[in-house]
Design a protein around this ligand. Sequence first.
Ligand code: ASP
Length: 361
Amino acid sequence: MYYFFCYLCVSNIAIIMAHPKPKILLIYTGGTIGMIENPLTRALEPFDFNHLLDNVPKIKMLDFEIDNFQFDVPIDSADMNPSHWGQMAKVIEDNYSGYDGFVILHGTDTMAYTASALSFMLNNLTKPVIITGSQLPIGEVRTDGEENLITALQVAAARDSDGGQMVREVAILFQNSLLRGNRSTKFSAGNFDAFKSNNYPVLAHIGLDITYNKEALLRPSRGKEFKAEYMMDTNVVFLDLFPGIPESVVRSILQIPELKGVVLKSFGVGNGPNNPWIFDCIRDAVASGLLIVNVSQCSNGMVSPMKYTAGVGFANAGVISGHDLTSEAAITKMMYLFGMGATPQLAGKYMEKNLHGELTE
Ligand code: ASP
């Protein structure tokens, strides 16, 4: 379990003007967007924030007040862990009332995990938390980082007709789309169009104009105070099925000491091998207090466990349906629920409920 502590160092980087100009806090965690080539090894390494901003002089054309917070050491997002999520949540919590919106610059590799985790950790959001990054470093001629960063700032500053922020949730902005964070998945390692939200419509289409899909945007209930939660319990695991998976593999995963939750990645609508041994293993694990949640290996569609015998077997053995959760949302939601101290029964109940737009009930 992780406990989070952090300090804040916000420096003013840009156009210092009084309200009512949009006031945005830019949080730089690292990732390709801010990387530069090491001349000796030719590998990409994270560089500091000023380098990044020097490469996007157009930011100054936005009539915004922008401050920044930078991770002490910018990281490749492959190194991301729940303590970093806690650090981001703390920066947002400490600065919540002072800003109209937040933009997080992040590596693409684990962006969908961070977006999902933050969607659970940041409760009753009424302000945008827009996460973006890029496939090419910002200093490269053909970079996608400049456009992504500028559009993310514009989305974070956008207002709805009721005067409130247009986006009131954690979202990923990448190339042509604004996507719900906990519905997103990185699907391409090579294209600029790298993220998809397979089970939920885009929140906005980024073309000549930014066209918001108002019906898809989350509108949290009014009057509830914003609150960040910091505890994430990492005693969870993915169990990814494949034809021929040995009993010893399934058994040893389900018997990991301290394990609390398993995201079972199943075939199609929630199926697995129709072998008595797998149902026995699962039944024993559930009886001993393990939470097992079924999500599909398919990137589109949802788990319907009662459709085939194999799925019925899982359900009868005590496996909970993850409906149309992404893997990223399922594992981070489990971390969050166990971090909040939920019992396996309670966590199982909430895994099937829609908390922050992550699941279709
Ligand atoms: N490895 C990089 C990261 O996730 C890749 C990227 O930013 O696109 O930090």
